[in-house]
Design a protein around this ligand. Structure first.
Ligand SMILES: [Zn+2]
Length: 99
């Protein structure tokens, strides 16, 4: 008779672990907190942790106007187009990077 209870208890712990997505707590941390301290305590712990910080910043990319290949480093001309026999000058482009 204990098996269904155990299964629902572990399922609840796994469910709590899913709330840890995008938060500053590890899956293992969330799972074991739920398992040891009960899923309710686990859920409160997970919800009290801060959400992940998303950093945005601008970066310069060098884009080939011919084939649209992006280079992170400054180059004299596009490698791909150079192989095709064309010397295409790369133009620096400022792009927004999400981390
Ligand atoms: Zn190119």
């Amino acid at each position: 008779m204990i098996a269904p209870l155990l299964i629902s208890y572990i399922s609840a712990s796994i469910l709590v672990t899913l709330f840890a997505i995008g938060r500053r707590i590890s899956f293992a941390g969330a799972f074991f907190t739920s398992l040891v301290m009960s899923p309710i305590v686990g859920l409160i712990t997970v919800l009290k942790t801060e959400k992940n910080i998303h950093i945005k910043h601008y970066s310069t990319r060098y884009v080939c106007p011919e084939c649209n290949i992006e280079y992170t480093q400054q180059k004299q001309c596009c490698d791909f187009c150079k192989e095709m026999g064309k010397e295409i000058d790369l133009k620096p482009t400022r792009v927004l990077i999400y981390e």
